[in-house]
Design a protein around this ligand. Structure first.
Ligand SMILES: Cc1cc2nc3c(=O)[nH]c(=O)nc-3n(C[C@H](O)[C@H](O)[C@H](O)COP(=O)(O)OP(=O)(O)OC[C@H]3O[C@@H](n4cnc5c(N)ncnc54)[C@H](O)[C@@H]3O)c2cc1C
Length: 450
C-alpha cells in the first residue's frame, strides 16, 4: 500500500447489506482519517437481500431484543422501534431494513467521509500498491483496502435442470428478485424446505395454488416459543457426535430451545476446535437437524405454515429432484421419494428454487468473486462454504497467504466460524473486521514513515 503525505487512506466496501454497512460505520468510528467508498448494486443502501422485502408477512426470525446492529448498544433496535414493538416482538424484515437504512443515512452518509456509490463491482486488481475496483458501468475507483460484504449468491441450478428451464418464465431461480404473485395458479414445486421456502409459501399462499415443498429429509424449521436462558451443557463437545449427545441430554433437562441457545456464545469456538473431518461429518449428517432447531420461525409464521399444511395447501415431501424440464402441460419434475427405488415424473405449473445458497466461489459464473478467483487472489475455504479467511478476516489467496488489503465479512466467511449469518454474530464480526482493516492501514502509514 502507498500512502502519500496528507492522503487519507481509502477503503472500498463492496456490498451495502448489514455486513458492509456495519463494517463501514465501524471504520469511520474507529479512525478519524479513514474514508469509505460503499458500493451497492441494488438501488437501496443498508437493506441487503433479506430486508428489502415489502411483504409484511416476512418477519424477522430473531426477537427484536437481539437485533441491535451494535454489540455495545444492545437495545438500539428496540429503542429505534419505540412503541411499535417490545423486546420480544418479531417485527417485519422490511421494518428492519428501515432501521438499517436509517443507520446508513445518520451514521454513514452524514459522516462526510463516506461516499455511497450505486453499481456492481465486477473486477478488482492490485495496481501499483493500491486496489483498483471496476464497476459494471465502466467506472473504476482506487482504494488502499477492499472489504467484501457480498452476502451469499442465490442457489445454483437444480440437479438435472436442462438449459432451457433456466430461461423458462415458470421457473424462478432467485425468489428474492422476482414477482412471485405473477406465477400461474395450480401446483407449484418449491425446491428446499428451509426459511426461504417458508417466505415463498407465505407469498404464494394467497392465490389458487397448492404448494409442494421438497427436501432431502422433509424437515421443516421449528417455531420459536418463550425460552429462558440456560447455562451450556457441562459435558464435552469435542466432536459433533459428542455435542449431539451433550445437547440431547441437556435438552431433556432444560428444554430443546434453551439447550440450543445455550451454546450460541461458544458455537464458533466449538466449530474451530473440531478437526476438518469432523466439521465435514457435521455438514453431512447433522446440519439439517441443527438448522431446523437453530433457525426457527417466528411463532405467528409457524402458525400460518401449520394452517397451510392442515388446509392441504402446503405439502412437505422428503425426496430428491432428479430432473427438471419443460413438458407439454407445464414443468416436469422427476422426483425420487426418500427411500423409494424409482423416481416418478410430475407436472407443476411453476417451480421456485428455495434451496440453500451456494457459497463456493468456483460456482460463480462471473463477476467480482470469479475475477478474484481467476487471479488467485482468493480461494474456497476447505469445506467450500465460502471464502477462505484467517482469524483477522483477511482473504487468503491461492497460495494460502493473505491477499494484501483484501478482507471479507458476512456469510461468505462461515467456513471459518460457522455462525456468520445472523445479525447477533455479524455485529461482532463487522466491528472486529473494521479493527483489522484499520490495523492494516496503520501498518502502511508506518511503513511510509520509515
Ligand atoms: C430470507 C432471509 C431472512 C433472514 N432473516 C434473518 C433474521 O430474521 N435475523 C437475522 O439475524 N438474520 C437473518 N438472515 C441472515 C442474513 O444473512 C443477515 O442478517 C444479513 O442479511 C447478512 O448481511 P450481508 O450484508 O452479509 O449480506 P446481504 O444482506 O446479502 O447483503 C449483501 C449486499 O451486497 C450487494 N452486492 C453483492 N455483490 C455485489 C457487487 N459485486 N457489487 C455491489 N454490491 C454487491 C448485494 O446487492 C447486497 O445488498 C436472513 C437471511 C435471509 C436470506
Amino acid at each position: 500500500m502507498r500512502l502519500g503525505p496528507g492522503r487519507r487512506p481509502v477503503v472500498a466496501v463492496v456490498g451495502a447489506g448489514f455486513s458492509g454497512l456495519l463494517t463501514a460505520i465501524h471504520l469511520l468510528r474507529g479512525d478519524p482519517d479513514v474514508e469509505v467508498r460503499l458500493l451497492e448494486r441494488a438501488p437501496t443502501f443498508g437493506r441487503g437481500r433479506p430486508y428489502r422485502t415489502g411483504n409484511p408477512q416476512h418477519l424477522l426470525n430473531v426477537r427484536a431484543s437481539n437485533m441491535s446492529a451494535f454489540h455495545d448498544r444492545p437495545d438500539d433496535f428496540v429503542r429505534w422501534l419505540g412503541a411499535e414493538g417490545g423486546p420480544d416482538a418479531f417485527v417485519s424484515r422490511g421494518r428492519y431494513g428501515d432501521y438499517l437504512h436509517h443507520l446508513f443515512r445518520h451514521e454513514l452518509a452524514a459522516s462526510g467521509r463516506a461516499v455511497p456509490q450505486q453499481g456492481e463491482a465486477v473486477a478488482a486488481a492490485v495496481d501499483g500498491g493500491r486496489w483498483r475496483v471496476s464497476l459494471a458501468c465502466g467506472r473504476t475507483l482506487q482504494a488502499d483496502a477492499v472489504v467484501l460484504g457480498l452476502g451469499l449468491p442465490p442457489a445454483g441450478a437444480p440437479p438435472g435442470a436442462d438449459a432451457a428451464i433456466l430461461a423458462d418464465a415458470a421457473y424462478v431461480a432467485d425468489p428474492w428478485s422476482c414477482d412471485l404473485a405473477a406465477l400461474p395458479a395450480g401446483e407449484v414445486l418449491l425446491i428446499g424446505a428451509g426459511l426461504t421456502m417458508v417466505d415463498v409459501a407465505l407469498s404464494l399462499a394467497g392465490g389458487d395454488r397448492r404448494l409442494v415443498a421438497l427436501s432431502r429429509r422433509g424437515l421443516l424449521p421449528l417455531g420459536h416459543a418463550p425460552a429462558t436462558a440456560a447455562s451450556p451443557p457441562g459435558a464435552a463437545m469435542d466432536t459433533p457426535m459428542a455435542a449431539l449427545r451433550a445437547l440431547r441430554a441437556h435438552a431433556r433437562a432444560v428444554g430443546w430451545r434453551e439447550a440450543v441457545d445455550s451454546i450460541r456464545p461458544q458455537t464458533a469456538a466449538l466449530w474451530r476446535s473440531w478437526p476438518l473431518a469432523e466439521r465435514r461429518r457435521f455438514l453431512r449428517h447433522l446440519r439439517p437437524w441443527w438448522d431446523i432447531h437453530r433457525h426457527r420461525m417466528a411463532p405467528v409464521v409457524a402458525e400460518r405454515i401449520a394452517g397451510l399444511r392442515t388446509a392441504g395447501r402446503l405439502c412437505v415431501e422428503a425426496g430428491r429432484l432428479e430432473r427438471l424440464r419443460r413438458g407439454p402441460d407445464g414443468l416436469e419434475a422427476t422426483i425420487r421419494g426418500r427411500g423409494q427405488a424409482s423416481a416418478h415424473a410430475r407436472t407443476f405449473a411453476a417451480v421456485v428454487n428455495c434451496a440453500s445458497p451456494q457459497g463456493d466461489p468456483r460456482a460463480q459464473p462471473g463477476g467480482l468473486v470469479a475475477d478474484l478467483l481467476r487471479q488467485g487472489l482468493l480461494r474456497p475455504d476447505p469445506l467450500a462454504l465460502g471464502l477462505d479467511v484467517d482469524d483477522a478476516l483477511r482473504v487468503l489467496a491461492s497460495d494460502g497467504r493473505p491477499a494484501p488489503g483484501l478482507f471479507a465479512v458476512g456469510p461468505l466467511t462461515r467456513g471459518a466460524a460457522w455462525e456468520a449469518v445472523a445479525a447477533p454474530d455479524l455485529r461482532t464480526q463487522t466491528a472486529a473486521a473494521a479493527r483489522d482493516v484499520i490495523a492494516y492501514l496503520r501498518q502502511g502509514v508506518l511503513a511510509q514513515a520509515d
